[in-house]
Design a protein around this ligand. Structure first.
Ligand SMILES: [Zn+2]
Length: 384
């Protein structure tokens, strides 16, 4: 055997061992499937796998192929028929092995190809059992080496978020995007025995509010000392069941710091004005930011003689997540030409603090106790 063949043989061994694990862990495929968008506006889509069944949906043409095969789909000239407001289902691919390769990653479940909205391109969707989805996500959203109770807390929060998306989703072809916008899921090789265990031992458990309604349970990397209420971060506050709680379990030695020139800050003010987020009469005045501290959720900005309150989360929205790592910050220094902001934590700050959950689990807290701490207004319920 040459090197390549060895690689293939070792790879197949890994796959078969993993699949055995799945069979043992999941007698059924999970309660239902979730559809996650894994490819966005692709001109070309390549899917491969063993013993694939391919269904070209508009032609109702279904065919099974023996052995390993690669399928190529050109999506750069779909013709006017496909330019509709709602995406069109073009093809579905599934494998007897339960694994399909797309973009050099192995996915569990089926792959669907749909037309992207308003462009000549395709989106790629992975349809996967809910608990398999959760077990692949845990390695990405947390780390599979983290304590099991932290992974279980994350599994319940992520399942709640996902089921809520399934319930509320408007598009018919998928429920979630694989990105920080929604949740970051992994592929087949992100699933470990430990993440499988965390998904399985919490299967069916979600967070509900006191009225028994399924609600999106938010989470973020680290809060920096205290979690935030949704209305401190987002404008449309429909999530009244999240409280701000003290954390103190994610203490990071390093703060983040960002200096913004007054020229850029003025552009930010005109963006606020344009989007009707703050009503300024004129922004062509001298800008001061009044004394600030980390407790304050608003910046007090003085323009001429008027003082305006500006929600801090608008800065993160405008300057981006790279410059403003979290919503937990304050204006620390005002120079002649710039402002310096100092902050703690990473992520939006609402709901469960993942680093905090990890250190609580290390101290022996159960996932139930961790969830009760970060979601004091929510209850754990079994839905399947
Ligand atoms: Zn925290």
């Amino acid at each position: 055997m040459d090197g390549e063949n060895w690689k293939e043989a070792i790879f197949l061994k890994r796959v078969s061992l993993k699949l055995m694990t799945f069979v043992i862990a999941f007698n059924s495929f999970g309660a239902f499937n979730i559809k996650v968008k894994i490819g966005d506006a692709k001109k070309k889509v390549e899917i491969s796998g063993q013993n694939i069944t391919r269904n070209i949906v508009p032609l109702k043409s279904r065919k099974s192929f023996k052995g390993r095969k690669k399928f190529k789909f050109n999506c750069d000239d779909l013709g006017s028929n496909y330019k509709r407001r709602e995406s069109l289902h073009l093809a579905s691919l599934s494998s007897k092995t339960g694994l399909v390769t797309y973009d050099n990653k192995k996915y569990i479940g089926n792959i669907h190809i749909i037309t992207s909205k308003n462009t000549d391109s395709c989106d790629v969707i992975n349809e996967i059992g809910i608990d398999q989805y959760i077990s692949s996500l845990l390695s990405k959203e947390m780390n599979s080496s983290w304590p099991i109770e932290a992974l279980k807390a994350q599994a319940v929060a992520a399942r709640t978020y996902a089921l809520n998306r399934i319930k509320k989703t408007e598009t018919i072809h998928y429920h979630l995007e694989n990105s920080e916008k929604h949740q970051v899921n992994g592929d087949f090789f992100d699933v470990t025995m430990k993440t499988l265990r965390a998904a399985k031992q919490t299967a069916g458990y979600v967070l509900k509010n006191k009225k028994g309604e399924l609600v999106p349970a938010f989470f973020h990397a680290s809060c920096g000392g205290r979690t935030l209420k949704p209305n401190e971060v987002w404008t449309n506050n429909v999530h009244g069941y999240h409280r701000g709680v003290n954390c103190g379990h994610c203490k990071t030695k390093k703060n983040w710091q960002k200096t913004i020139s007054k020229v850029r800050f003025r552009k930010f003010l005109s963006w606020l004005k344009k989007n009707d987020l703050v009503r300024f009469k004129s922004i062509n005045k001298r800008i001061y930011i009044l004394r600030d501290n980390p407790e304050k959720k608003y910046l007090r900005v003085k323009l001429g003689s008027r003082i305006h309150k500006i929600r801090k989360s608008y800065l993160r929205r405008y300057f981006g997540r790279v410059d403003f790592s979290s919503n937990n910050f304050y204006m620390a220094d005002s120079g002649a030409n710039e402002f310096t902001f100092v902050g703690k934590g990473r992520g939006h700050g609402v709901g469960m603090c993942q680093v905090g959950a990890k250190s609580l689990a290390q101290r022996g807290w159960s996932y139930r106790k961790i969830l009760a701490h970060y979601f004091p207004d929510l209850e754990i319920k079994k839905v399947y």
